[in-house]
Design a protein around this ligand. Structure first.
Ligand code: PGA
Length: 253
């Protein structure tokens, strides 16, 4: 049985440590006791340490929004995987549409980052999704298949079970409403199909696929009714503690 997930990436929306710690404390107070749903928060790098302190003794975990594609060396501005592990990260977001678009992150780089997260015993949350220009039945499927197979290339069946795929259609990020839950469910079934053909039925059954893109408490509830949608990955909605709570409660009811 796959446990439902609510993950929140703060992107660069929260721009002070004090604000981040305050938000973390409010979220912890509202949902920090819940075990039924897997919950995590991904703050900007320099805030991770303070946020992790505020999350002591609760069920919410934390992680980073990115990871270097190499272990160490001359890579100015990057953060080594080992340090992320040392500061207690459980999750690492990889290949978000904004990273692919503004920082030229390629599928090959995504694959290196996935392997390093697993090597350092962190759960990769791999973002995949078609752009508006790709939104066509055939092109969408081809684009997603390329992204999924590249991201997972070289992983063993056991390693695959740790992975979370976040289906985030680029055209649905930062909008006023999420993609239609029926459409999302259809795409998740297609993605599970790729996994089944490449890695077999067990991997397809166990891999978790969550949805991200303009999720709010209402859409989270509708999305969670579909068996193939294992949870939600939120941006703006995760910046208000009450919304985070309503999303979590919507998934548990
Ligand atoms: P949003 O961001 O919820 O603000 O649309 C989602 C995402 O990019 O993961």
């Amino acid at each position: 049985m796959r446990r439902k997930i609510v993950g929140a990436s703060w992107k660069m929306h929260v721009d002070s440590i004090e604000q981040g710690v305050r938000l973390t404390r409010s979220i912890k107070e509202l949902v920090g006791h819940i075990r039924e749903i897997e919950m995590f928060i991904l703050p900007p790098f320099p805030m991770i340490f303070d946020v992790s302190g505020a999350l002591k003794n609760c069920t919410i975990k934390w992680g980073s929004q990115n990871i270097a594609h190499k272990e160490k060396g001359a890579l100015t501005g990057e953060v080594p995987p080992r340090i992320l592990k040392e500061i207690g990260c459980t999750y690492v977001e990889i290949g978000h549409a904004e990273r692919r678009r503004y920082f030229n992150e390629t599928d090959e780089m995504v694959n290196k980052k996935v392997k390093l997260s697993i090597k350092y015993d962190m759960i990769p949350v791999i973002c995949i999704g078609e752009t508006l220009a790709d939104k066509d039945d055939t092109v969408t499927v081809a684009r997603l298949k390329t992204q999924v197979l590249w991201a997972l290339h070289g992983l063993t069946e056991d390693e695959l079970e740790k992975v979370i795929l976040a289906y985030e259609p680029v055209w649905a990020i930062g909008q006023s409403i999420s993609a239609d839950p029926q459409y999302v469910s259809h795409i998740h079934t297609i993605i599970r199909g790729f996994i089944k053909r490449e890695y077999g039925p067990k991997a397809a059954r166990e891999i978790r696929i969550i949805y991200g893109g303009s999720v709010d408490p209402g859409s989270a509830k509708s999305l969670s009714r579909f068996d193939d949608i294992d949870g939600v990955f939120v941006g703006r909605s995760g910046l208000v503690a009450e919304n985070f709570k309503d999303i979590v409660n919507g998934l548990s009811s």
